[in-house]
Design a protein around this ligand. Structure first.
Ligand SMILES: *Cc1c(COP(=O)(O)O)cnc(C)c1O
Length: 459
């Protein structure tokens, strides 16, 4: 399919027939989409021959890097052997059994069971149904409300978008659905005022306690959060936050859920984000890095307490035609095994992650309009600010971020703007030399960016 048409033809056909996710269709079609034709390692190539450094691993998902030869081989063999069968009615298959076994080995202690989905959104929706079913089986039918966070991202289905705290998503289609409430995110830079980050972590956890008391503990089923908020701008909470959240959930007998869709499978240098912050959820949702994007698959991990209770309830009336799809399961298995056995996750923890974090801070801290330079492992960010001394943000949050992101894009470096947070999460196979290259380009872009800020009279 690579060479059959010209770039112009692809753009025209794309504009004619393809509705893009999270996109202003008319403005995209005026510009025309960039056509990505192949990828290798950490690089993408477009139809015009540009080589682009993917500082976002696709959508935070291609942990193992592009262009692996073993994963397509596994997919082909599995497709020939058993292209599809379901696991609904007293059947299973080797691919899903092997994956489940492997996942129980890499998961934190106490997580021996997984439920399969095809995406992060489906993992989140599955979790919502599980949490409510859990309390149902316990005889506490009123414990239904889930607490999420403003600016959290939990996907795009009705459940996921409701639980997420993106107001621009809520505005379209009457969300959130009933039984979902939100608290403020643990963003010290904006909300921390004169508190130390540690004091602020406790204060932000207290918002969760306040919300529990407002709704009534007998009505609250679970608190759900990303260990590090991803699409909300890589908000790394203070060290005090998660342990205090854990304490509060235990105190009020509320399930604690981590959405590990981005943090999972080595992104932070640990296998899961909960291990960075030292807390133990009851359930955690995954997708993205589980297959490094080579196949669509997600998994919901449940601890023994939840697994036992769900089992005691008999039928759980939930599942997808493609839950535990053989091809996706086989590919995910090969991917997770490689992340482990090739030492890719270890390298992020001990080598490339610390290196990225050190260099990232060195490079960006020197800019006048960059502050809160932060990150863990291979997920990092900084915030574009009007005035560092007073922690003043730009008035139209997001406008400046987009301007900055476009400069990176023009220079064949993909980083993402979440509001005025510039974020990055490259494939975990990135080398130190590639990190240097990436940051060298990024620094040049930032010089250009600050020049434009001044020229346009924005500072
Ligand atoms: C991407 C993401 C999702 C949704 O995953 P999809 O595969 O896009 O449905 C859910 N939660 C978090 C934390 C995510 O980053």
């Amino acid at each position: 399919m690579q060479n059959q048409r010209t770039t112009t033809e692809w753009r025209e056909l794309d504009a004619a027939h393809h509705l893009h996710p999270f996109t202003d269709t008319n403005s995209l079609n005026q510009q025309g989409a960039r056509v990505i034709t192949k990828a290798e390692g950490i690089y993408l190539y477009d139809s015009e021959g540009n080589k682009i450094l993917d500082g976002m691993a696709g959508l935070w998902c291609v942990n193992i890097g592009y262009g692996r030869k073993d994963l397509p081989e596994v997919a082909k063999q599995q497709m020939e052997q058993l292209a599809y069968y379901n696991t609904f009615f007293k059947t299973t298959h080797p691919a899903v059994v092997e994956l489940s076994h492997l996942l129980s080995e890499v998961a934190p202690e106490g997580f021996k069971h997984v439920f399969y989905t095809n995406s992060g959104s489906e993992s989140v929706d599955t979790m919502i149904r599980m949490v409510r079913r859990y309390w149902d089986v316990k005889g506490k039918k009123d414990k239904k409300t889930l607490i999420g966070r403003w600016n959290g991202y939990h996907g795009s289905t009705i459940g996921g978008a409701s639980l997420g705290g993106m107001t621009y998503m809520h505005e379209q289609g009457d969300l959130p659905i009933p039984g979902i409430v939100h608290v403020e995110q643990p963003w010290w830079y904006k909300h921390g005022k004169d508190m130390t980050p540690e004091e602020f972590g406790l204060a932000a956890a207290k918002w969760v306690e306040d919300k529990i008391l407002e709704v009534g503990a007998d009505k609250v089923a679970a608190f759900v959060g990303e260990p590090i908020q991803g699409a909300g701008g890589v908000i790394v909470p203070p060290s005090t936050y998660w342990p205090e959240i854990q304490r509060i959930c235990q105190k009020y007998d509320i399930l604690l859920v981590a959405d590990e869709v981005i943090c999972g499978f080595g992104r932070t240098g640990e296998w899961f984000g909960q291990q960075v912050f030292g807390f133990k959820p009851d359930i955690f949702t995954t997708a993205k890095g589980l297959s490094s994007g080579y196949q669509p698959i997600g998994a919901v991990f449940v601890n023994d307490k939840v697994a036992t209770t769900l089992a005691a309830g008999g039928d759980f009336n939930h599942g997808f035609t493609y839950s535990g799809h053989p091809v996706a399961a086989a590919v995910a298995h090969a991917n997770v095994k490689a992340l482990r056995d090739e030492g890719i996750v270890d390298r992020v923890k001990n080598d490339t992650g610390p290196y990225m974090q050190k260099r990232w801070r060195e490079v960006f801290s020197q800019f006048e309009h960059v502050d809160d330079v932060r990150g863990v492992g291979l997920i990092q960010a900084f915030t574009l600010v009007k005035n560092k001394a007073t922690r003043e943000l730009f008035p139209d949050f997001g406008e400046i971020g987009t301007m900055c992101r476009d400069i990176f894009f023009k220079n064949n470096l993909i980083m993402r703007a979440c509001g005025d947070h510039i974020v990055s999460a490259p494939p975990l196979v990135i080398s130190k030399e590639e990190i240097d290259q990436m940051l060298e380009t990024a620094a040049k872009c930032m010089v250009e960016f600050e020049k434009q800020l001044k020229e346009r009279g924005l500072v």
